[in-house]
Design a protein around this ligand. Structure first.
Ligand code: NAD
Length: 341
């Protein structure tokens, strides 16, 4: 008689978990091979002691995985850090490599989700849909202050033409806009096929009625939109950021909103979002004067980092993350294109 012994499930600590994360992780195709240990707090050098006896740690955009945190993870024998997002600016990759911790991410779960959210934000802000909705629910059917502009015929500047930027550009082209793009690694063939014109960042900023950011946060791109950039911006232009908050110098942005140089700003990400976005703080006082100020502008629209939040994206994030944890725990390589170090 042959006894087949099933391997025990691989223990994995999932940090900063929300109910929708649990739902989609538990439904992932390889979920039965994993012992999910969901933690609601974020991973950082201060919380890492609570990692427990696990093989992998799964983190999101606002966990802070610096060298000190990684050293403690290594001491706890964690060999795999699985990011359930695309951006990895919150992880010290050289330190992880040195310590022998493999870092994986989900490079593309649904670029459509983010591109569509960028366009939704712009349309909502420009046509005052959010304000109209609240008014109508209050039986206020006045149209005062709700004048918007046609997107048709306007110029939209896409900064960063990777997976998300290209889709956003294509959607904007569908509105009959002229689309300009800037990317240090331009996609000439794609641009030609979609009637998108690559220009310098300076030209894009000075010619665009709407600027949408789709580039990663790096040391070079931090505060790419600062005082100098805002001085170049076409007066009255709209700025949309669904990428990373620190791409914009918030203080400079507020000054340019106050002066009227910026016509409107739609944000899904914010420079100091950590500890604020994803949380219900409705019973507390907001301890961030710049965010409080931004929330008073009628021409600012903010969502709390929800551009990725679609069924399709969450299912894909869970599938790739769970598969990679199983594969690395059994000595196989990570799925193609997901390993960062
Ligand atoms: P991607 O890697 O496919 O594309 C990024 C593009 O930016 C690349 O073409 C790259 O060459 C370009 N780039 C790099 N430096 C640049 C610079 N200085 N100026 C202009 N372009 C530059 O990434 P993606 O999947 O398209 O994602 C874009 C960003 O969206 C991510 O970095 C992430 O920060 C953000 N994102 C946000 C959410 C959300 O929920 N809000 C979800 C996923 C991704």
């Amino acid at each position: 008689m042959v006894f087949v012994t099933a391997s025990p499930p691989v223990p994995v600590a999932v940090f900063d978990t929300k109910p929708y994360d649990r739902e989609f992780f538990l439904a992932a195709p390889t979920s039965a091979q994993l012992d999910w240990q969901f933690r609601e707090f974020r991973l950082s050098s201060e919380t890492v002691e609570a990692v427990g006896d696990v093989r992998a740690a799964c983190v999101f955009v606002n966990d802070q995985i610096d060298r000190a945190c990684l050293e403690k993870l290594r001491l706890a024998d964690v060999r795999h850090l699985a990011l359930r997002c695309a951006g990895f600016n919150n992880v010290d990759l050289p330190a992880a490599r040195e310590l022998g911790i493999t870092v994986t991410r989900v490079p593309a779960y649904s670029p459509h989700a983010v591109a569509e959210h960028a366009v939704a934000l712009l349309l909502t802000l420009n046509r005052h849909i959010h304000r109209a909705h609240s008014r109508v629910r209050d039986l206020n059917f006045s149209l005062k202050g709700l004048v918007g502009f046609d997107l048709h015929g306007k110029t939209v500047g896409i900064v960063g033409t990777g997976k998300i930027g290209r889709l956003a550009a294509e959607i904007f082209r569908g509105f009959g806009t002229t689309v300009l793009a800037y990317d240090p690694c331009p996609g000439a063939e794609w641009a030609e096929g979609n009637q998108v014109g690559y220009v310098s960042l300076e030209e894009l900023v000075s010619r665009s009625d709407v600027i949408s950011l789709h580039l990663p946060l790096t040391l070079e791109t931090m505060h790419l939109f600062d005082h100098t950039q805002f001085e170049r911006i076409k007066p009255g232009a709209y700025l949309v950021n669904t990428s990373r908050g620190k791409l914009i110098d918030t203080t400079a942005m507020i000054e340019n909103l106050k002066s009227g140089r910026l016509g409107g700003v739609a944000l899904d990400v914010y420079e100091e979002e950590e500890g604020v976005f994803f949380e219900d703080l409705s019973d507390t006082m907001l301890d961030d004067d710049e965010l409080s100020r931004l929330l008073t502008f009628p021409n600012v629209l903010i969502t709390a980092h929800q551009a990725f939040l679609t069924n399709e994206a969450l299912a894909e994030i869970a599938r790739v993350t769970a598969t990679n944890i199983c594969r690395l725990a059994t000595g196989q390589s990570a799925l193609e294109g997901t390993r960062l170090n």
